[in-house]
Design a binder for this molecule. Structure first.
Ligand code: ADP
Ligand code: MG
Length: 233
């Protein structure tokens, strides 16, 4: 469903530019003034050729990186004025990430990986954290594997743990940068179905970068990035 004006805007970028300094006199601009609005509950595919700026864009939306110029509003906060600590706080509470590589701690169990974001400043997990992580593990279909080391799981299972971990703080916004890029068709479908289900059940807004045409066709909206600009929708 395409969201209408009744749904609040959760991401708003205005005139976002990002340059990288590749040594003394070489400044390369990668994003050339992006305007983008995403409403609460939207499930968006982000598509475009390799090197077009999709990851750079997602990192800026996810507050992992700052634009060279332009403004970024996330969950109602104008982030330009926030310092790094405030950005980290906002990110921790509002944004979940899934990448192409799972980035799990392979020496920890599946369940422990899902509890990691809940720990925050605390050193030891509480019973409530465990219960909540178990519910997430159940919801991604890994109940039987929750106490297995993350390193022993298949690629598809690892990515489902990564999805559960990304959702541990019940983020309003989930950013998934080619999360199915390394998976076989069936595992990719399973991971995609999970994201769709969380979107439907919790209203989680999703930006899903993919080269998979079959999957992007199943999103509500397509944001196309070409040469550092959002071109067509
Ligand atoms: P995509 O995710 O669409 O493949 P990226 O956002 O990763 O594209 O990269 C866009 C362009 O920006 C590429 O040319 C890439 O080399 C360049 N780029 C990305 N990050 C950096 C960086 N940290 N330093 C220099 N160049 C970068
Ligand atoms: Mg990329």
């Amino acid at each position: 469903m395409v969201k209408d004006s009744q749904h609040p805007i959760i991401v708003q970028l205005q005139g976002v530019r990002r340059s990288f300094n590749l040594g003394t006199n070489f400044e390369t601009e990668v994003l050339h003034g992006i305007d983008l609005r995403v409403r609460h509950g939207e499930f968006c595919a982000v598509v475009g050729p390799s090197g077009s700026g999709k990851s750079t864009l997602l990192n800026i939306v996810g507050l992992l990186d700052r634009p060279t110029s332009g403004t970024v509003e996330v969950c109602g906060e104008q982030t330009t004025v926030l310092d790094d600590r405030a950005l980290t706080r906002l990110r921790g509470h509002s944004i979940g990430f899934v990448f192409q590589y799972h980035h799990l701690i392979t020496a920890f169990t599946a369940l422990e990986n899902v509890m990691m974001p809940m720990l925050g400043a605390q050193e030891f997990p509480t019973a409530a954290m465990r219960t909540s992580a178990e519910a997430l593990i159940d919801s991604v279909g890994l109940t039987r594997w929750k106490d297995n080391g993350a390193g022993q799981l298949s690629g598809g299972q690892q990515q489902r743990v990564a999805v559960a971990r990304a959702l541990a703080m019940a983020p309003a916004l989930l950013l998934a940068d080619e999360p199915t890029g390394n998976l076989d068709t069936q595992s990719a479908d399973e991971v995609f179905a999970l994201l769709r289900r969380f979107n439907a059940e919790h209203g989680t807004t999703v930006l899903f970068v993919t080269h998979n045409v079959a999957l992007s066709a199943r999103c509500d909206r397509t944001i196309e990035v070409i040469d550092g600009q959002v071109t067509g929708e």
